[in-house]
Design a protein around this ligand. Structure first.
Ligand SMILES: [Mg+2]
Length: 210
């Protein structure tokens, strides 16, 4: 059975900022979009205050002042550089990997001969933290989709945080043995194709140049 892991950096932009400014640890932090208009990253403390992803910053001005939320402009050069560092640590650890986004990477664990996968992944997680300063979560599953679901569970639930297999690794349903039915053959001519296009796409006949 194939085994995939999805490694996902926690609160990535905030985590990058925290590497270079430890005063941001343990306090609510948000990072804003390009024009400082909307919230694009939140620390756990900011999430706990109910600040939503994409929230326009003018709507939460009062809360920012009341709760002393640290507000930062985004620094995409820094995030890109930190991402490269994290991805290279992950890529060096496994036979094959696929960068999925700036803060996510799929790891192909198929040909990985390790006696205890859970322990191995814990070590990998600490290595990324130690070498780059970025905390990551890792979800494992028999498909990439399930690995992503497992990652989401690992982030949300403390119970799952300690388990390498948060989602039961069941086989996907077997595909049906019968071949798919072919569509009935239709006589093909350029003219019939044109008629079809006119009927289906151009609803108003006067739009069509005759
Ligand atoms: Mg992330």
């Amino acid at each position: 059975m194939p085994t995939y892991a999805l490694a996902d950096c926690n609160n990535f932009y905030v985590s990058c900022e925290r590497v270079f400014d430890p005063r941001l640890e343990g306090v609510p932090v948000v990072v804003l979009s390009n024009n400082d208009g909307c919230v694009v990253a939140r620390s756990n403390e900011a999430k706990a205050l109910g600040i939503a992803m994409g929230e326009p910053v003018f709507k939460i001005r009062q809360m920012i002042e009341r709760e002393r939320v640290r507000v930062l402009s985004s620094n995409y050069v820094l995030y890109g550089d930190m991402s490269n560092r994290v991805m290279s640590v992950l890529a060096d650890a496994v036979p094959a990997s696929e960068v999925y986004s700036i803060d996510e990477c799929f790891l192909d664990l198929d040909n990985l001969a390790v006696p205890d996968l859970t322990e191995w992944l814990r070590v990998l997680r600490s290595r990324v933290r130690q070498w780059t300063g970025i905390p990551i979560s890792i979800g494992v599953g028999p498909t990439k989709t399930l690995a992503k679901v497992a990652n989401r569970l690992a982030k949300k639930s403390p119970r799952h945080r300690r388990r390498a297999w948060p989602v039961p690794a069941t086989e996907p349903p077997a595909r049906e043995a019968t071949p798919p039915q072919r569509l009935p053959q239709q006589p093909y001519t350029p003219a019939s194709r044109l008629e079809n296009a006119k009927r289906h796409i151009w609803k108003t006949p006067w739009d069509w140049p005759d």
